[in-house]
Write a protein that binds this ligand. Structure first.
Ligand code: HEM
Ligand code: HEM
Length: 156
């Protein structure tokens, strides 16, 4: 039996990935905010520190980071799947390569968590540096991604 995906589903599915990725960009900025609050908590004086600890920035950041990790991996796979379904191939260009690179970066940043929790300073700074690079690349992905969206719309 030969199963064909309906043309309308193929076309409209191309907008799922960009929408998810814009939401993820906002989530990543929120993760940065929470990360900065973790740093503020660590460096605050004793009295102020007690107040900040109550706000649970550490576990909130960990939760948001975990969601970000899962959705970025799935969103990348989804983007590649939809591109292949619609074009019969992938486009070996900057958006594909930077996207795969970002997925590697976020996985590596997350893998450092057990070491950071043991107080390893090198792991902590590497986590921060990797994620700042990630945010920079995300901005670039948004630009190249919107160029692809415009191309898709102009072909509709
Ligand atoms: C946009 C992405 C992210 C940014 C900008 C970011 C940034 C930061 C920053 C600035 C800190 C504070 C480091 C310090 O204590 O001085 C931090 C800590 C932490 N991050 Fe992230 N992070 C991101 C993603 C993630 C992800 C994906 C995970 C895990 C799934 C994660 C888990 C953690 C944990 C558990 C800590 C606290 C570690 C500890 O106990 O010291 N983060 N992050
Ligand atoms: C706001 C940001 C983004 C927008 C607007 C966007 C938009 C798009 C669009 C329209 C496509 C083509 C889908 C199709 O032809 O059906 C695409 C493909 C893709 N996207 Fe994104 N994207 C964004 C962010 C990201 C991010 C953050 C990643 C990875 C971390 C990523 C990874 C990919 C990959 C791997 C493909 C397949 C590329 C190819 O083979 O040509 N994108 N994206």
């Amino acid at each position: 039996m030969n199963f064909e995906i309906p043309e309308a589903v193929k076309t409209w599915s191309q907008f799922g990935h960009p929408i998810i990725m814009w939401i993820l960009l906002g989530t990543a900025v929120y993760a940065l905010y929470l990360g900065i609050q973790i740093q503020r908590t660590r460096s605050a004086d004793k009295e102020h520190r007690k107040e900040l600890i109550k706000k649970n920035f550490n576990s909130r950041h960990h939760q948001v980071g975990s969601i970000l990790l899962a959705l970025m991996v799935l969103g990348t796979i989804g983007g590649m799947a939809v591109t292949y379904i619609n074009n019969g191939k992938l486009f070996f260009g900057p958006h594909l390569l930077v996207g795969l690179g970002m997925t590697g970066i976020i996985a590596t940043a997350a893998s450092l968590v057990p070491f950071m929790q043991k107080g390893n300073v090198f792991a902590r700074y590497t986590h921060i540096a990797l994620n700042l690079v990630l945010l920079g690349l995300f901005g670039w992905q948004a630009v190249t991604g919107m160029q692809i969206v415009q191309r898709i719309i102009s072909k509709m």
